[in-house]
Write a protein that binds this ligand. Structure first.
Ligand code: ACO
Length: 321
């Protein structure tokens, strides 16, 4: 059987940081309120003219360097975003062109904050069939462009950034490495709890992010824990056997409550939401890149990924690094 093995990981954050103190100058909020409710202290914001594909290309190059591969080695790009450069073509083809790749295929995928796990599962399935050999799986977002900067209930929560993984189809067992399982879910009955109030076919405009924060919070922990239990049941793994829990970074309280409910030890939880805010589809690969770069996630480690977001969509994956 073919397994999709992680060969490299990389990320990119725009240079400009926006702190809670900066936000307190813009809307009626405070560092204390934001930290207490969300755990967020600062977030990165893309420069004028810096678009999602720019962030994605930086992250992809970093992942390729980490893998010791060149763009020529890549024959598939699956890019998760809800903030594409343009309505079309896909941001993934801009990344492909930016990297100088002219073979294979590149496309976008949209599942809001769950986008990266959806993209990972999609890439894994393409690689397992033998259709492609090496895939860049990218999460890249510029949520700053869809924020209503006068709405304190949403503008304090999000940031910009990108992260990428290189996945390679491997025929021979490499000590059980690779994507072991993935579980994707959605339930469109919740579509109006977290959405953008504009779009091509409805308003012919871009619109702003709108969210019923309490409603999202109310559903989050249950959905997250359910889909993780699915991953544990499919593999026989558990809170005790995983080495790292790398959740979507939306809110510190959601992450902590999920870990407690699942019985995952706090020292196994990778947290970046304090530094990045919620970067939607980029948050998991950004956190993976951080924990890989500082030596926490090592070859052979069992890594649990989880996300939940607009739709609602929610998803989990287990990866032997
Ligand atoms: N600064 C100061 N006060 C604020 C702010 C702010 N930035 N935002 C809201 N408030 C006020 C509200 O107006 C309200 O005031 P009122 O009581 O006078 O009406 C008060 O604070 C409490 O507001 P709530 O919305 O009830 O606050 P809550 O404790 O629920 O926290 C939060 C809000 C942080 C948004 C929380 O609901 C939450 O984290 N929800 C999940 C949101 C999330 O993580 N979304 C993303 C997940 S999915 C994805 O990643 C796309």
């Amino acid at each position: 059987a073919i397994r999709s093995v992680v060969r490299g990981v990389g990320s990119y954050l725009p240079a400009r940081c926006l702190t809670n103190a900066d936000l307190a100058q813009m809307v009626d909020t405070s560092d204390e309120w934001i930290v207490q409710r969300t755990g967020i202290r600062t977030r990165h914001i893309a420069a004028e003219g810096e678009v999602t594909s720019d962030l994605a290309i930086h992250a992809a190059r970093a992942a390729l360097a980490d893998a010791g591969l060149t763009p020529d080695d890549i024959d598939l790009i699956v890019l998760a975003t809800s903030t594409p450069d343009n309505t079309f073509p896909a941001t993934a083809v801009s990344v492909q062109a930016g990297l100088g790749i002219t073979h294979g295929a590149a496309f976008d995928l949209q599942a809001v904050c769950s986008g990266f796990v959806f993209a990972l599962a999609t890439a894994d399935n393409f690689l397992k069939t033998g259709a492609y050999r090496r895939c860049l799986v990218i999460g890249a977002e510029t949520f700053s462009r869809i924020l209503d900067w006068s709405d304190r209930t949403t503008c304090v929560l999000f940031g910009d950034g990108a992260g990428a993984l290189v996945l390679e189809a491997v025929r021979d067992e490499e000590e059980g490495r690779g994507v072991l399982t993935s579980h994707l879910r959605s339930d469109g009955r919740h579509k109006n709890k977290l959405y953008v109030d504009g779009g091509v076919s409805s308003t012919r405009s871009v619109g702003f992010l709108r969210m019923e924060g309490r409603e999202v919070f109310r559903h989050a922990v249950g959905m997250i824990t359910d889909v993780i239990v699915d991953a544990f049941e499919a593999t026989g793994e558990s809170a005790d056997t995983i080495d790292w829990f790398v959740p979507h970074q939306a809110n510190r309280r959601i992450i902590d409550a999920s870990a407690v409910k699942l019985g995952i030890a706090p020292e196994k939880v990778v947290i970046t939401v304090d530094q990045h805010g919620n970067t939607s589809a980029a948050s998991i690969p950004l956190a993976l890149a951080a924990a890989h770069a500082d030596g926490r996630i090592k070859r052979g480690d069992l890594v649990l990924l989880e996300a939940m977001g607009g739709g609602f969509t929610w998803a989990s994956a287990l990866v032997r690094w």
